[in-house]
Design a protein. Structure first.
Length: 222
């Protein structure tokens, strides 16, 4: 039944429940998520999108940035952050946990889900057992839009903590260019040598940028 007080919101809910979510605009989806039965819901959502500069910018905002948006109070901020995290975790389930990793694409899903759209650089690790089955994923270092500092001793320390036999590392390029730099190559060699001292293999170093993923192992840099 269409709610006479909020006919547009009711129609949007019917489309969501009817499996037609892909037909709704960004503003309509955002309104359904954050506004509830509010006749001004879509107008508010459009205002938030415009103020942020679009959906990508809004979803990449942290709690401090979201707090600057008029009308987006703590409850709505928390709901938005929770929905983004649920989406990332859903994408991360593509990472196979019950069978050994066989190629870089097996791990790429995790790194893309976690890192692809971040506005700052993050360096993370996937820890593997002796059969190359996944123990866990863990973000280790966070930087700026231009880069981050990675300490091999900390990577080694965490690998030993998880009793890992091998690891795959990865980080994002917020610039959108997933081509590895010479600094990425140098870091890969430093990590490989440090881990080899305790018989832990570095299987790959993945670079993520806007949904793309580049493997340094496939490039012959490992």
């Amino acid at each position: 039944m269409i709610d006479p007080a909020d006919p547009r919101g009711s129609r949007n809910r019917q489309q969501l429940l009817g499996g037609a979510a892909d037909r709704l605009s960004d503003a309509e989806l955002l309104a359904a998520l954050l506004c509830g039965p509010d006749p001004q819901a879509q107008q508010k959502a459009l205002q938030w999108l415009r103020q942020c500069g679009g959906l990508r910018a809004l979803l990449n905002g942290d709690a401090q940035q979201l707090g600057l948006i008029r009308g987006l109070g703590p409850a709505r901020q928390a709901r938005l952050i929770a929905s983004i995290e649920l989406g990332r975790r859903f994408l991360e389930t593509a990472l196979p946990k019950r069978r050994p990793l066989r190629n870089p694409q097996d791990a790429a899903a995790c790194f893309k889900a976690r890192l692809a759209d971040l506005p700052h650089e993050v360096f993370g690790c996937v820890y593997l057992d002796t059969r190359h089955r996944i123990i866990c994923y863990e973000p280790l270092f966070r930087g700026t839009i231009d880069g981050t500092v990675v300490y091999p001793r900390e990577v080694l320390k965490r690998a030993l903590h998880h009793n890992a036999a091998a690891i795959i590392v990865g980080h994002n390029h917020p610039s959108g260019d997933c081509e590895p730099s010479q600094a990425d190559r140098n870091l890969t060699q430093r990590l490989k040598k440090s881990l080899a001292l305790v018989d832990i293999r570095l299987l790959d170093h993945l670079i993520v940028a806007r949904g793309e993923c580049r493997s340094l192992a496939e490039l012959g840099w490992l």
